[in-house]
Write a protein that binds this ligand. Structure first.
Ligand code: CAA
Length: 292
């Protein structure tokens, strides 16, 4: 097993920021890279806010917060990630974007570094084949919100070697998360089950079986889910939900995975959920208001 001292993260959005947050709390030095310094600054501000939230709720000591924050810095360019022993790509769920990142990133990395992806659905074997290190490539899939959710899925590609797998396991254990190992099939375990449920909730809305509120209340109180499926879809991001359904539909060639046309329409409108201010709910006022 290799020792991980510094973790590099590509993508300062909600997933990348969350991974930086928990890595720093576990004592790793963290470098966060994104395509603009604005995005990095915004990402670091969110991490700082979330750490402060944990102090206010008594989950974290003020000194621990300060130390964790001091371990996280922004990477000015991808070449700064040469210092990392493990780099986790947490970019948009779009294979073309990920391929471009690997093409630029790989030549800059330490040859011994492990490259991981936080993809929520795309084939690890296929992504690994786009890199210069398929043996040292692995899927480390975190759940949102990362500081709260206890599970991490580990997914080996066909070429991932044992040392990479053991090192990734040790890293996730150090974060005090529970590991579940999934074979490399479309959307792995969590999203293979969760996303068809969300897609079915959108069909339920599309067919007029219930309103946004009725569907979410039904699943919150009738199945004890912490969030209703439409609220959860907004939380994940409707673009991500659509990408995952497309991966399931294409990868398994089964019509039961066809994305609901209403989901497609929301994404086309740019109503991508919470991050866009509007999805199945409108978040621009004081309280979320259903948009249908
Ligand atoms: N960072 C740090 N702490 C956070 C946080 C964040 N980003 N978000 C929430 N919290 C903390 C809050 O501070 C709060 O802590 P205390 O209990 O100590 O006060 C606690 O979490 C609960 O938060 P809230 O009181 O704000 O709200 P809540 O009780 O409604 O819980 C939730 C929020 C944890 C998100 C809960 O609604 C939930 O579990 N929802 C389901 C989330 C889920 O299913 N995630 C998986 C999505 S699928 C996925 O991620 C895979 C994929 O690839 C798409």
């Amino acid at each position: 097993m290799s020792r991980i001292g510094t973790v590099g993260i590509v993508g300062a959005g909600q997933m990348g920021g969350g991974i930086a947050h928990v890595s720093a709390l576990a004592g790793y030095d963290v470098l966060v890279y994104d395509i603009s310094s604005d995005r990095i600054e915004k990402g670091l501000a969110t991490i700082s806010g979330n750490l402060a939230r944990q102090v206010s709720s008594g989950k974290l000591d003020e000194q621990v917060r300060k130390e964790a924050l001091s371990r996280i810095s922004g990477a000015q360019s991808m070449s700064d990630l040469a210092a990392a022993d493990l780099v986790i790509e947490a970019a948009t769920e779009d294979e073309t974007v990920k391929r471009k990142i690997y093409a630029e990133l790989c030549p800059q990395l330490n040859p011994a570094a492990i490259l991981a992806t936080n993809t929520s659905s795309i084939s690890i074997t296929r992504l690994a084949a786009q890199t210069d290190r398929p043996e040292r490539f692995i899927g480390i899939h975190f759940m949102n919100p990362v500081p709260v959710m206890k599970l991490v899925e580990l997914v080996r590609g066909i070429a991932t070697d044992d040392q990479t797998f053991e090192t990734a396991k040790a890293y996730v254990n150090a974060l005090e998360k529970t590991i579940t190992v999934s074979e490399d099939f479309p959307a792995f375990i969590v999203n293979r089950i969760l996303l068809p449920m969300i897609n079915e909730a959108i069909y339920t809305l599309y067919e007029g079986v219930g309103s946004v509120e009725a569907i979410d209340t039904a699943m919150r109180l009738g199945a004890n889910h912490p969030m209703g499926p439409l609220q959860l879809a907004d939380f994940i991001g409707l673009d991500t939900c659509l990408s995952i359904m497309q991966v399931l539909h294409d990868g398994l060639s089964d019509s039961k995975y066809r994305p609901c046309p209403l989901l497609v329409k929301y994404v086309e409108a740019g109503w991508l959920g919470r991050k866009a201010g509007r999805g199945f709910y409108d978040y621009r006022g004081e309280h979320p208001v259903p948009t249908r």
